[in-house]
Design a binder for this molecule. Sequence first.
Ligand code: C5P
Length: 232
Amino acid sequence: MGRDVIIACDFNSKEEVTGFLGKFQEEKPFVKIGMELFYAEGPEIVRTIKGMGHKIFLDLKLHDIPNTVKKAMKVLSGLDVDMCNVHAAGTRAMMQAGLEGLTRPDGTRPLLIAVTQLTSTSEEMMRRELLIDRPIDQTVMHYAKNTMEAGLDGVVCSPLEAGKVHEVCGAKFLTITPGVRFADGDVGDQKRVTTPARAKELGSDYIVVGRPITQAADPVAAYRRCMEEFAG
Ligand code: C5P
């Protein structure tokens, strides 16, 4: 599987997202749909964007008891998305149940990846609120290992962690990495960022890029630049 750029379509209405994607005439980028858009527009938004010819990463981060996650994943597999996700904190049993629910009767399924520790959670919060005493990078690698052992395809992580995740979980285990900015671009609220070219060197399989493309004066040119640096 080749490297790819996934555009984070963090819009809150169908009009905005279809208007944005309508700018792409020659290529059909892989897009990420998050909770905001999905909850605002419902499953129909997935069908609409699929109908426009895009691959979809449905970023709903499921986390519940195994039976509920299994049944919810069964619904998502019917939506024909290409990638979806769960929280690794839900445990291996929950991840395995998700995988079962996602697998269609013919054996095909979307890619299933896991979120390790959210980047909004600090080591201090882990210690005080979650009673996890280990350093955050150890926790992230341990969650990645659990994810691999549950049979999932990969994890969301920082590009800076991608190499280590591949070391621990193997070269084929996918790393999907946000926090990407052009060298001459705005960092915004992201703290630790890397360029598309650096993410490639670090071994990311997919980069998730939002504002550097969605807020660019010329989004198609920004997407092409990203593809050239990362996948070229
Ligand atoms: O606009 P920007 O490029 O920062 O968007 C990055 C996307 O990746 C957003 O949809 C954000 O929610 C998501 N994300 C992230 N960091 C994580 C997990 C997801 O930035 N650790």
